[in-house]
Design a protein. Structure first.
Length: 210
């Protein structure tokens, strides 16, 4: 089972990827993680990526695709994988095709911008131990205080309303067109965001015929 997870920032792709990994017994290939691993391991593509990152520049698509190709050639990906965080643009999707990387399904988690704003604006993180909370879904016992270590809870810069709006604008402009790209290839499966994480997982598995 070779999958791509699509969805706006905050749609829950990372959470669902973790659950699907266990259900389908395939690894999640997260661009950020493999980029860091390739740099740490000093692979030729990793070193190339490092020169761009050290200069504060975006890593070009061909380097990203090279790193993904290296990762997908590893043994644990033989039975399939879940791609999280790539492709982000039509150009990346076309580059994956040129590299001979094919998929069985592309799952798009459908959620409104309003729901994302609400979800992300409620997120809080402990400055000391990194534990995550949500003011509505998973509130701390005492407001502003971590249940685990007593550290103070803060809102990440990424979750501030202006930042979330900016990220959503980029998503609609650059990543959302991928839905039409994969629909044309008969691969797109839209899954409506459900009331709970578990229900969304079940809806995804149902869409995959599981």
């Amino acid at each position: 089972m070779k999958l791509i997870l699509l969805g706006a920032p905050g749609a829950g792709k990372g959470t669902q990827a973790e659950i699907l990994c266990k259900e389908l017994n395939v690894p999640t290939v997260s661009t950020g993680n493999i980029l860091r691993a390739a740099i740490k391991n000093g692979t030729p593509t990793g070193l190339k990526a490092k020169t761009f990152m050290d200069a504060g520049r975006l890593v070009p698509d061909e380097v990203i695709i090279g790193i993904i190709s290296e990762r997908l050639a590893e043994l644990d990906c033989a039975n399939g994988y879940i791609l999280d965080g790539v492709p982000r643009t039509i150009a990346q999707a076309e580059a994956l095709e040129r590299a001979g990387i094919r998929f069985d399904s592309v799952i798009s988690i459908e959620i409104t911008d309003e729901a994302i704003m609400e979800r992300m604006s409620g997120r809080r993180v402990c400055e000391a131990c990194g534990a995550s909370y949500h003011m509505v879904a998973v509130p701390p016992k005492t407001e502003g205080v971590c249940d685990k270590c007593g550290g103070s809870l803060t809102q990440r810069k990424d979750d501030e309303p202006e930042t979330v709006k900016a990220r959503l604008t980029v998503y609609h402009k650059e990543t959302e067109p991928l839905k039409a790209f994969y629909a044309e290839r008969g691969l797109l499966k839209k899954v409506e965001n459900q009331a709970s994480v578990e229900e969304t997982s079940q809806a995804i598995l149902h869409a995959l015929g599981r």
